[in-house]
Design a protein around this ligand. Sequence first.
Ligand SMILES: Cc1cc2nc3c(=O)[nH]c(=O)nc-3n(C[C@H](O)[C@H](O)[C@H](O)COP(=O)(O)O)c2cc1C
Length: 150
Amino acid sequence: MKALVAYFSAKGTTAALAKTLAEKTGADLFEIRPVTPYTTADIQWTNPLARCNREKIGRKDVPVADAVADWAAYDTVYLGFPIWYYGAPNVVQTFCKAYDWQGKRVILFATSGGSDMGRTAEKLQPFVKNGQIIKAQVLRGTSGLEGLIL
Ligand SMILES: Cc1cc2nc3c(=O)[nH]c(=O)nc-3n(C[C@H](O)[C@H](O)[C@H](O)COP(=O)(O)O)c2cc1C
């Protein structure tokens, strides 16, 4: 059994949790890095013309810079991201679409400004084709991390 922690983080909050989770589980770590990194202006969601809003409204794919090596070797994938607009950021959807999730157990973890998971898992499931999302949790600090570990 081999586990992967794959994460996207624009500001570092989710990244810190992902690293801790990888240490605790002995999982490999993969950063979902957009080809074009987000600047502060890009994620200024109060600006209707900001990149994040254009991507969201346009349902745009956001190309990912690297690919996971040896994807087939993992049976468990911890997938972390910040909640954006009550769901997973588009770049996470784009990442998920690129892989075959058959036979993989998927655990979602997120950070947020206050929102819970809501319908995040349901909305992401079509992109995690054939994968089984078995847990989904918004974390506030590192408490709660242990509860996610299989
Ligand atoms: C474009 C955008 C949309 C967001 N939407 C939400 C939201 O719907 N609910 C929420 O609680 N927080 C929202 N946030 C806040 C982030 O989820 C929160 O700051 C998160 O911890 C950032 O993680 P990071 O440091 O790993 O990027 C949003 C932030 C951005 C930039």
